[in-house]
Design a protein around this ligand. Structure first.
Ligand code: COA
Length: 181
C-alpha cells in the first residue's frame, strides 16, 4: 500500500474514492454524485487530499484544509473502504495528513465527528451538554462511534456543538497538537 496525493489519481480512481465516501458516510453524501461533487469542491491548491492505494485501487482517503492563516488544519473528510477497515489504513492516512499539515506549518489539527446515527452512539448523545461538560468529557465513552479511532490516535475532545445534527445529536470536536512529531 502507498499513500499518494489525489491530484495523481485518474478518473476511475476518483470514482473509487467517491464511492468509498458515499458508502462510508451516506448521511453526508447520499449519492455517488454528491461524493464526486465534494471531491471536486475540495480539490483546490490550498487543500491536500491523500489516498491509500493498493495495486492501483483506492482503499481510503482523507484531506486537510487550512484554517486560521494555516496555523490550524481541519481533517476532512476521512473514509476507508468498509471491507478493509481495522487494518491500519485509516491510521496511515491520518499520519500522512498530519505530516503534511506539519510540513505546511500547521500547529494544530482538528476535526468534527458527528454523533448523528440512530439514537446516538457516544455518551454525548441525548444528554444535556450544557450541564457539567468538563465532567462529561472526562468520562466520555465512544461506544461504536469513530471517536474511538481518534482517541486511539491521540486526539483529545476540545469541544462540542450540542444538537448540531438534531436534538441530542452533537458534533464532537477533536484536536491534536502538531508541534511534536
Ligand atoms: C474511522 C475509519 C476511517 C477508521 O479506519 P480504519 O482503517 O478502520 O482504522 P485503523 O485500522 O487504522 O485503526 C487504528 C486503530 O483504531 C481502532 N479503531 C478503528 N475504528 C475504530 C472504532 N470505530 N472505534 C474504536 N476503535 C477503532 C483500530 O482497532 C486500531 O486500533 P489498534 O491500533 O489498537 O489496533 C473507518 O472506520 C471509516 O472509514 N469509518 C466510516 C467513515 C467515518 O466514520 N469517517 C470519519 C468521519 S469523522
Amino acid at each position: 500500500m502507498e499513500i499518494i496525493n489525489m491530484t495523481q489519481l485518474n478518473e476511475t480512481q476518483i470514482i473509487q474514492a467517491a464511492q468509498i465516501l458515499t458508502d462510508s458516510i451516506p448521511i453526508g453524501w447520499p449519492t455517488l454524485q454528491d461524493a464526486l461533487d465534494e471531491i471536486n469542491r475540495l480539490m483546490i491548491p490550498e487543500n491536500t487530499l491523500l489516498a491509500a492505494i493498493e495495486n492501483g485501487i483506492v482503499l481510503g482517503w482523507g484531506g486537510i484544509l487550512p484554517e486560521y492563516n494555516g496555523n490550524v488544519f481541519e481533517l476532512h473528510p476521512l473514509a476507508v473502504r468498509s471491507d478493509r477497515r481495522k487494518q491500519g489504513i485509516g491510521r496511515a492516512i491520518v499520519a500522512a495528513l498530519e505530516d503534511e499539515a506539519r510540513k505546511q506549518g500547521g500547529l494544530t489539527i482538528i476535526l468534527g465527528a458527528d454523533d448523528e446515527r440512530g439514537d446516538g452512539e457516544t455518551s454525548f448523545a441525548n444528554v444535556d451538554l450544557y450541564d457539567d461538560l468538563p465532567g462529561r468529557i472526562r468520562s466520555f465513552s465512544p461506544g461504536t462511534h469513530q471517536s474511538g479511532f481518534y482517541l486511539k490516535l491521540g486526539y483529545k475532545i476540545i469541544g462540542v456543538v450540542p444538537d448540531a445534527n438534531g436534538i441530542g445529536k452533537p458534533d464532537i470536536f477533536f484536536g491534536k497538537s502538531l508541534r511534536k512529531p
